[in-house]
Design a protein around this ligand. Structure first.
Ligand code: ZN
Length: 239
């Protein structure tokens, strides 16, 4: 009996530690070598990026906010969501935003072979091109995990691996005021900001991105007042 209780206590502690690690730390910093996560510039330009969409619920609301603010962003889409919600992906493209590649199934690529990742990226590229007309050239690995050989393979395909320098942690469901306060406090020229336009705490669909939608106008207004300009990735990268 004592053994079972101890085991449950250890597992609960472990789960709590993992949760605290993901909430308060950003594992992406371990994988930054050889990726683009921030651009060195003396211009006050920053890029908004949205992962895991398109979502039929949240992406349109985010697009409405971006349109009102006259801001262009970059959407790292999941291939099977593009297939499922083609008209939403098309709207993203029609409104002048950049569409980028976040894999087809949102699988963590740690255990992929280079051939498998090539196949998945190419298929996602094909789906996005067929539906939106955009050819993707930026790839972001789900959860930011990617081993060195996979990173090299992706770059050999002509892609840039894009991470981020500022994580909104919007998936944790912090309030939008907290998210904006955190981002404004840490913002620097050339930052790439991570948000999500689909998903929940542990899923890529079915949750609430209400706080993300609310954060966008407040963040844009606050940073524009400080002289920052929001641009899509190609402009930040001067491409
Ligand atoms: Zn993702």
């Amino acid at each position: 009996m004592i053994f079972v209780i101890s085991l449950i206590a250890i597992l609960a502690l472990l789960a709590l530690l993992i949760f605290c690690f993901t909430v308060f730390f950003d594992q992406a910093v371990f994988n930054r070598r050889g990726t683009v996560y921030r651009v060195k510039t003396d211009q006050k330009k920053v890029a908004l990026t949205f992962d895991d969409g398109p979502s039929p619920v949240w992406t349109p609301l985010i697009l409405d906010e971006l349109k009102k603010a006259d801001v262009k962003a970059t959407f790292f889409m999941i291939g099977h969501h593009v297939k499922k919600y083609p008209e939403i992906a098309q709207r993203v493209a029609q409104e002048g935003h950049t569409i980028a590649n976040h894999g087809y199934a949102h699988s963590v690529v740690l255990y992929y072979t280079p051939e498998e990742i090539e196949e998945e990226i190419k298929y996602t590229e094909y789906v996005i091109k067929e539906i939106t007309g955009q050819t993707t050239k930026y790839f972001r690995p789900p959860k930011a995990w990617l081993p060195k050989d996979i990173k090299q393979k992706i770059k050999a395909m002509g892609y840039k691996v894009i991470l981020w320098s500022l994580n909104s942690k919007d998936w944790v469901r912090f309030s939008h005021q907290y998210i904006v306060k955190y981002l404004v406090r840490h913002i620097r020229n050339g930052d790439i900001l991570l948000f999500h336009d689909s998903g929940d705490v542990f899923k890529t669909e079915g949750g609430s991105r209400r706080q993300t939608v609310l954060a966008i106008p407040l963040l844009v207004k606050t940073l524009q007042e400080k002289g920052y300009e929001f641009v899509a990735l190609e402009e930040l990268l001067n491409e």
